[in-house]
Design a protein around this ligand. Structure first.
Ligand SMILES: Nc1ncnc2c1ncn2[C@@H]1O[C@H](COP(=O)(O)OP(=O)(O)OP(=O)(O)O)[C@@H](O)[C@H]1O
Ligand SMILES: [Mg+2]
Length: 249
């Protein structure tokens, strides 16, 4: 198999009668951090949900690790090693940090070539999230929003996913937590993780990702203000020109 982990082709999705996504194409390779950017309501969360099979009405191809998952149930996708941290991060409020982590545990995985895929344990995760390591027995309900957010990411990693879909890691958290999230993403990448994250904050996206896609009103290839009119050199390098070309720009 090639090093393409996720290949999405002509993905469309509807909420009720309204079409939200229009023939989205994107791909993520092994070891990459890819940003899916776009404004409020552009369809970022819907894209991640559709990749996870969580939008009832959808069309198109989602190939993951060489397998077509378009018809698979969300739990089957999770079992195949597709991790997902939704926008409304929820922890089990009555369970401790450690117990929340146990809920996410799945067996270690191997790449098709037999080499081990990134494997996570509470101890390794506590190195990545020292805040959590300082409160292993704290009930989820007694943690700050930012801490709960870290816990949902950590719980997803306990499933040893080949690829993590991360919906707006910087959204709605204090700047200091956003900074920790950015640091965490860079660390994850250094440890071999592959991530597709949605992000409205261009600065955050540029800081953590190798390249990015821009969604505009459910269509791929918008450049808009996100790539920045006054943006300096480097900004555009985030936008994959090949994808814009394919999108007919
Ligand atoms: N469950 C739903 N039912 C109906 N419409 C929805 C639903 N979820 C999203 N939408 C609509 O779909 C469009 C895309 O929403 P989506 O949440 O995917 O955008 P987003 O890029 O993630 O935005 P944000 O930055 O606010 O998170 C919006 O017009 C939104 O109102
Ligand atoms: Mg969203």
């Amino acid at each position: 198999m090639t090093d393409v982990l996720l290949q999405v082709e002509r993905l469309s999705a509807w909420h009720g009668g309204a079409q939200i996504l229009f023939d989205i194409d994107l791909e993520v390779r092994r070891g990459e951090v890819v940003a899916l950017m776009g404004r409020n309501g552009a369809g970022k969360s819907t894209t991640l949900k559709a990749i996870m099979g969580m939008v009832a009405r959808r069309r198109g191809s989602v190939r993951f690790m060489g397998r077509e998952l378009a018809r698979a149930e969300p739990h089957e996708r999770a079992r195949q090693g597709l991790g997902y941290v939704p926008e409304d991060r929820r922890v089990f409020t009555g369970l401790s940090v450690l117990e929340n982590l146990e809920v996410g545990r799945q067996p270690p995985r191997r790449w098709p070539d037999g080499s081990p895929a990134p494997t996570w344990t509470p101890a390794r995760l506590f190195e990545l999230f020292p805040n959590l390591g300082a409160m292993p027995h704290r009930p989820g309900g007694q943690m700050s929003g930012g801490e709960q957010q870290m816990l949902t990411v950590a719980r997803t990693l306990m499933g040893n996913p080949y690829l993590v879909l991360l919906d707006e890691p910087s959204e709605g958290v204090a700047p200091v937590i956003a900074e920790q999230m950015a640091h965490m993403i860079l660390q994850l990448k250094a440890q071999g993780a592959s991530i597709l994250l949605s992000e409205q904050n261009t600065h955050f996206a540029e800081l953590v990702s190798d390249r990015g896609y821009v969604l505009e009103q459910g269509q791929m290839g918008g450049v808009g203000e996100l790539a920045g009119d006054e943006a300096g050199p480097g900004s555009h390098s985030l936008v994959d020109h090949e994808d814009r070309r394919r999108a007919g720009r």
